[in-house]
Design a protein around this ligand. Structure first.
Ligand SMILES: Nc1nc2c(c(=O)[nH]1)N[C@H]1C(S)=C(S)[C@@H](COP(=O)(O)O)O[C@H]1N2
Ligand SMILES: [Mo]
Length: 364
């Protein structure tokens, strides 16, 4: 192993193990999920925010960093960090969920990081709308999509050279006023693992769209066929992987139970069941809880104000009267009427599992 590679590995391990709230899924590249029961309120502290990276963390010097805007544009740009700071800002509360969140609950177990339910977190993001930068460059009329490229690179199956992490957005989403080039996370600069100095935020979309360490923006008039665009992050139903997949975009409606913690023991009596619910398509309208394994459902109380892109917190009062195993379930509905299925929609790469979660506890 090269010396600098070794050093990078040390940094990755240190930056993911630094906070006891994170459960490490892998150390290089750094992948770690947030313990649901450790959330206090709807905003996740930066050091407890889940981490998902395909390649080692990029460590970027902000003073030499440039954001290149090129491709089918009238005026290619190379912006400094100060150039970006000088543009009008926008701040949004956004929940980020990895498309692989909950993969470990799928059967048969698909390939990929074995996430539990903690690859989801929320923050207040500050940045410049991507459209502002695209307007400054001037898009050609033929442009149909915009590729956002990160500084991180590595090998992927069937390539002899390294490739960068890169994702394309349809033009309509690239021009959406809420799609941000973010440099602020809960009032702080981004940590290296979360994409310092600048990352994309695409509110309502699964996390793969939120490209970290953004270095290059390319306006294109033809479809982008990069590895992370067409080989990953598509719903591929067949085991053979031959049929074309449906690209992931909006986060499906979902809820999780954060308390009581799954597979724990509690005494008979009053307990507060707590959790979160979110949907990329619309704010959360209702959450229901079942304490009998899914036969009877009752409405939970929303204890935070439902917002378009931010998860809602909910609570439910449970009087545990019967000793023995209990099964707690929650299900959410968004304002557009989307709910959660009883079983995951199985797909080869294990994405977008928004099936109702069952939490098993033992009442003593
Ligand atoms: N450059 C780059 N951006 C990336 C990734 C990556 O590997 N490289 N991973 C994506 C995925 S799959 C997710 S879920 C989110 C995770 O963001 P976080 O690590 O800040 O939680 O970043 C996205 N942006
Ligand atoms: Mo992800």
């Amino acid at each position: 192993m090269q010396r600098n590679e070794f050093e990078r590995l040390q940094v990755d391990i240190a930056s993911t193990l630094v906070h006891p709230r994170l459960v490490v899924v892998s150390t290089s590249p750094p992948n770690a999920e947030t313990r649901l029961a450790h959330h206090r309120g709807v905003i996740t502290p930066n050091e407890a925010f889940y981490v998902r990276s395909h390649f080692p963390t990029s460590h970027i010097d902000r003073s030499t960093w440039r954001l290149d805007v090129e491709g089918d544009v009238e005026r290619p740009l190379s912006l400094t960090f100060e150039d970006l700071l000088a543009l009008p800002t926008r701040t949004l509360l956004v929940t980020l969920e990895c498309a692989g969140n909950g993969r470990s609950a799928m059967r048969p177990q698909p390939v990929g990081e074995p996430w539990g339910y903690g690859a989801v977190s929320s923050a207040e993001w500050t940045g410049v709308p991507l459209r502002t930068v695209l307007a400054a460059a001037g898009l050609a009329p033929s442009v149909s999509n915009v590729v956002i490229e990160g500084a991180d690179r590595g090998y992927v199956p069937d390539t002899s050279q390294t490739i960068p992490y890169a994702r394309s957005l349809p033009l309509s989403q690239a021009l959406h006023p809420d799609t941000l080039l973010a440099y602020g996370m809960n009032g702080e600069e981004l940590a290296p693992v979360h994409g310092f100095p600048v990352r994309l935020i695409v509110p309502g979309w699964y996390g793969m769209a939120a490209v970290k360490w953004v270095m290059r923006i390319r306006a294109r008039s033809h479809p982008f066929t990069g590895f992370y665009q067409v080989e990953r992050y598509t719903m591929t139903p067949q085991v053979d992987g031959q049929s074309a997949g449906v690209p992931l975009s909006l986060i499906r409606t979902r809820s999780v139970i954060s308390e009581p913690v799954a597979d724990t023991t509690l005494p008979c009596g009053e307990h507060r069941v707590r959790g979160f619910a979110w949907s990329g398509a619309a704010p959360i309208a209702q959450v229901e809880v079942s304490i009998d394994g899914g036969t009877v459902w009752e409405t939970a109380e929303l204890t935070s104000r439902p917002e378009p892109y931010l998860w809602a917190h909910w609570e439910y009062q449970w009087r545990a009267e019967v000793r023995g195993p209990a099964e707690l379930l929650s299900r959410a509905f968004d304002a557009a009427g989307n709910g959660q299925p009883a079983e995951p929609e199985w797909n080869r790469l294990g994405y977008a599992n928004n099936a109702i979660q069952t939490v098993h506890v033992l009442v003593t």
